[in-house]
Write a protein that binds this ligand. Structure first.
Ligand SMILES: Cc1ncc(COP(=O)(O)O)c(C=O)c1O
Length: 471
């Protein structure tokens, strides 16, 4: 039997109206393992902090969404939203499950091509596509959704130069009751711009009309809004056919389905967000009931990102130090901050200890390691008495945390994938200083500083450094 662990006694202020140790507060379930692998073992092997992705969970989420849609509609394809998480392994798993790629930049486009995705299976969205990116996309028959008239004009010119007539779609802006509206993207339906754009593409003589795309927002908890969006896109497709005599090739309902994460100001846990089946039902029911219920049904694309990926990602982080703040609150500093968990600013991420808790738990502030006051992962979370080296498990962090992570003060940590057999594989090594300074070019006239740095042990103050400075 192992020796019981000593825990420092602590005095906890009794706050009137709140549960105290005589109430229900003591219970806290630790997260000892990610899948079957102990969190502490993963950190011992791969270092801390550490992103851990579960292949099993990712596949399960993608399959469940795909089946929910395909059970209700004969021609639906999921798209892997690259910006949500463009780690190669994460995208490759989704492509292996049959998802197309959805990209919003040339860099993401190239990433998809390197993963073996052919141009015609890449949906190219976004408000900025350079001329070179557009040339490549139309040459490779990518599914391009234009965002502005300027972009349509640019593609017309490219088409003329290349002597081709590519299919080009458009992003449609809709008011389906989701506010604030993301009306900076695409062509508004209500003010007639979307029809103008469709007419220009279909009747301008240089392009062919592709599909209609919309993306009504993100973390949209009201699944019915997708029913309204699907009906609006479908009716618009019917109107295009009547007025212009062409049928759009597909309807792309975008992403934005809520994940199991909990928004910072949200009372109800994100675990109670609508399941993927509810979104699928809203979309397919509206499509089948709308003008597009005729055969053959128009192809439908869905680009749900966070709803499929968030739950598959976990971050393991270790306690650096513990302290009492001026107002008496307990605080811990951990080795991962908003540099790798940007999403902590708008989500109430779950933070649990990786070891069983025996003592009293207390409201704790969790700070990151950055020398910045804003580096706070949670203002208040129930945690036991912790000590340096203790591992904490942060979940869910699969969506956006990695793609939005930054090399601010600290370098990005390693990422491992737990495969379906429960084995851990490194899918991105921890960054080194060379990854940061590799692209830098130091002007020759400043090189002396480098010579000094080469003698780092002197700290720039040793006799040799002083002599060199005099020269
Ligand atoms: C065009 C487009 N499609 C899909 C997504 C994925 O969104 P989400 O992760 O909210 O599902 C986004 C994200 O903003 C987007 O802009």
């Amino acid at each position: 039997m192992s020796k019981p662990r000593y825990e420092r006694p602590s005095l906890v202020r009794n706050v009137v109206g709140r549960m105290n140790k005589a109430g229900l507060r003591g219970g806290l379930t630790p997260t000892e393992a990610v899948e079957t692998l102990p969190a502490e073992r993963l950190v011992a092997e791969f270092g801390s902090p550490l992103f851990v992705f579960s292949e099993t969970r990712l596949r399960e989420h993608v399959r469940r969404a795909r089946e929910a849609l395909q059970r209700r509609h004969p021609d639906v394809r999921l798209c892997c939203s690259y910006k949500t998480n463009y780690l190669d392994a994460v995208c490759a798993i989704q492509h292996d499950e049959g998802s197309l790629a959805e990209v919003v930049s040339g860099m993401e486009y190239e990433k998809a091509r390197r993963l073996g995705v052919p141009g015609e299976e890449i949906v190219f969205n976004g408000p900025m596509k350079t001329r070179d990116e557009l040339v490549r996309a139309v040459r490779e028959n990518a599914i391009v959704h234009t965002d502005s008239f300027d972009e349509i004009f640019a593609i017309e010119q490219i088409a003329q130069e290349l002597g081709i007539r590519p299919a080009v779609g458009l992003r449609v802006g809709l008011d389906v009751g989701v506010y604030p509206r993301w009306d900076r993207f695409g062509f508004d339906l209500a003010n007639g711009q979307a029809m103008q754009a469709a007419r220009r593409i279909a009747k301008g003589g240089k392009l062919r009309l592709g599909g209609l795309h919309t993306h009504i927002g993100t973390y949209v908890l009201e699944a019915a809004a997708y029913g309204r969006a699907a009906a609006a896109l479908s009716n618009f497709a019917g109107e295009i056919e009547r007025q212009l005599g062409v049928r759009p090739t597909h309807l792309d309902l975008g992403g934005g389905w809520a994940s199991c994460n909990t928004l910072a100001g949200q009372y109800q846990s994100g675990a109670l967000a609508p399941p993927v089946e509810t979104y699928a039902e809203a979309i397919t029911t509206a499509l089948l009931a709308s003008g597009e219920g005729k055969s053959p049904l128009i192809r439908v694309l869905v680009e749900a990102g966070r709803a499929l990926v968030d739950d598959a990602g976990t971050l393991l982080t270790s306690v650096v130090s513990t302290k009492r703040l001026a107002d008496g609150r307990r605080a811990v500093v951990v080795d991962a901050g908003v540099n790798v968990l940007f999403t902590a600013w708008w989500y109430r991420l779950n933070i649990t200890p990786a070891r069983p808790v025996t003592g009293i738990v207390e409201d704790t502030v969790v700070f990151g390691p950055l020398c910045m006051n804003i580096d706070c992962l949670r203002e208040s979370v129930q945690l036991p008495d912790l000590r340096p080296g203790d591992v904490l498990v942060v979940h869910p962090v699969g969506a956006y945390a990695f793609t939005q992570s930054m090399q601010f003060i600290r370098l990005r940590p390693a990422v491992v994938l737990l495969d379906t057999q429960g084995r851990a594989e490194l899918i991105r090594r921890a960054e080194t200083l060379d990854d940061l300074v590799g692209p830098e070019l130091l002007p020759a006239r400043l090189r002396r500083a480098v010579e000094l740095a080469d003698h780092g042990q002197e700290n720039g103050n040793g006799p040799a450094a002083k002599n060199r400075l005099k020269r």
